[in-house]
Design a protein around this ligand. Structure first.
Ligand SMILES: [Zn+2]
Ligand SMILES: [Zn+2]
Ligand SMILES: [Zn+2]
Length: 349
C-alpha cells in the first residue's frame, strides 16, 4: 500500500479533526511557474532600540520593559480579547447568533536577544520557556472565567509576524475555541469507543512503522502526521499519555526543550533559512474533570513548499473543496529526517 501512496492520488483521513485531505503525489513532477518570495538575508542586531520587546524599551502604550535576563511575560497592549466583556451581546436569532467572549492575551518573550529564535537558543534557555508555558497554563486555567489556554508562536513575516524578536502568545478564552473543541470531541469519542487514547495508539503505530518519524528522544517523538496538510507540517507528541504540559516531570520538560530546538534546527536547515511557521500547543481544556481522553501535542504549520522563497497557498480547490498536497507525508518526513542537527549557520565554523 505504501508504494501506491507515493504514486497515485488518494484521500487521507485526519482522526483528530474528522476531515479529509487530497494527496496528489503524481503532480510533484510538474514545472513550477508560481510566485517567488524574496529571500530575507538581513542580519538582525542583538538589541534593537526600536523593538517593543527588547529589554529596557518603551512599548507603544507607554509601559517600559524590565531589563529581563531570560524570559519575560506581559499582558498584550493591544489584546484581541477583553476580560470584562458583557452578556448584552447575546443573540440567539437562528441566523444571526452572537455570544460574548472574554479572555486574556499575553506575550512571552523567549530571550532578551532580539536576533535569536528557538532554533538558535540552547536547550537550557528553552527549558525556561517551557517552565513559563507551564506557569501560564497553571495560573490561567485555575481561573473561573477561563475555559481554554492557547499557547502559540507565529514566526516569520510571511506568517504575518510583525516582530522578529523571539516570542509567543498566550490567549486564554472563556470558551474552548473551535479547533481544540473539535479535537476534544474526537478524542473523547475514540476513548469511549475503543477504550484507548487516540494519540497513544497513533504514536505507537507511527513508532512501529517509522516512515513518518523525523526524530525522537526519551519522552517525545517528532513526526509528519499521516494526514498533514502543509508540506512540512509536523507534530511533536509525548510518548506517554499526558493531558497537559503541566503533567510533565522534570526530565520530560528537559526533553521537550531539547526537541523544540532540534525541530527548529531541522526546519531552518531544510531551505537554509530562518524557517517561518505557526506553532501551537493543544492540551486539555481548563475545566476540572476535562477527562482522560486528551493527549497534549504541538502542531507546526510551516508555509514553505520547495525553497526559502516558494510557499504553499491555500487557494482554489482548497478554499472551495478540501486541502490538497503533492509531496507525500512520507517524502516530507524523509527529507526532514535526513537533515543534520547542526544549524546551517554553524556549518562553516
Ligand atoms: Zn527585540
Ligand atoms: Zn494518550
Ligand atoms: Zn491538535
Amino acid at each position: 500500500m505504501v508504494n501506491k501512496l507515493q504514486d497515485l492520488p488518494h484521500k487521507r483521513f485526519n482522526p483528530l479533526t474528522g476531515e479529509w485531505i487530497l494527496v496528489s503525489p503524481h503532480r510533484t513532477k510538474r514545472p513550477w511557474q508560481g510566485r517567488q518570495e524574496s529571500t530575507q538575508t538581513n542580519v538582525l542586531p542583538g538589541y534593537d532600540p526600536k523593538c517593543y520587546l527588547c529589554p529596557g524599551n518603551v512599548r507603544n502604550q507607554g509601559a517600559t520593559n524590565p531589563d529581563y535576563k531570560d524570559v519575560f511575560v506581559f499582558d498584550n497592549d493591544f489584546p484581541s480579547l477583553l476580560e470584562d466583556s458583557v452578556n448584552e451581546f447575546c443573540d440567539q436569532d437562528e441566523l444571526f447568533q452572537v455570544e460574548p467572549e472574554s479572555g486574556i492575551c499575553r506575550v512571552v518573550c523567549f530571550s532578551p536577544r532580539h536576533d535569536l529564535t528557538l532554533s538558535r537558543m540552547n536547550p537550557g534557555a528553552v527549558r525556561k520557556v517551557v517552565d513559563i508555558w507551564c506557569d501560564q497554563f497553571t495560573e490561567l486555567s485555575a481561573r473561573k472565567d477561563i475555559g481554554y489556554v492557547q499557547i502559540f508562536e507565529n514566526r516569520g513575516d510571511i506568517m504575518g509576524c510583525s516582530n522578529p524578536h523571539p516570542h509567543c502568545q498566550v490567549w486564554a478564552t472563556r470558551s474552548i475555541p473551535t479547533i481544540p473543541a473539535n479535537e476534544d470531541i474526537r478524542q473523547e469519542k475514540y476513548l469511549r469507543e475503543k477504550d484507548q487514547c487516540l494519540l497513544c495508539r497513533y504514536v505507537e503505530r507511527e513508532l512501529q512503522s517509522g516512515e513518518r518519524i523525523v526524530f525522537e528522544n526519551d519522552s517525545f517523538v517528532a513526526l509528519v502526521p499521516f494526514w498533514a496538510v502543509w508540506p512540512f507540517e509536523t507534530m511533536l507528541l509525548p510518548k506517554v499519555h499526558m493531558g497537559a504540559i503541566t503533567d510533565m516531570n522534570d526530565s520530560q520538560k528537559k526533553d521537550l526543550a531539547e526537541a523544540l530546538v532540534r525541530m527548529g534546527i531541522r526546519f531552518d536547515n531544510l531551505f537554509e533559512t530562518s524557517f517561518p511557521y505557526s506553532m501551537g500547543i493543544h492540551q486539555r481544556p481548563a475545566r476540572e474533570n476535562s477527562g482522560d481522553h486528551w493527549h497534549w501535542h504541538i502542531h507546526y504549520y510551516p508555509p514553505l513548499l520547495r525553497s526559502a522563497t516558494v510557499r504553499k497557498f491555500m487557494v482554489g480547490f482548497e478554499m472551495m473543496g478540501m486541502p490538497q498536497r503533492d509531496i507525500t507525508a512520507e517524502q516530507s518526513a524523509k527529507r526532514l529526517r535526513d537533515l543534520p542537527e547542526i544549524h546551517f549557520q554553524d556549518w562553516d565554523v
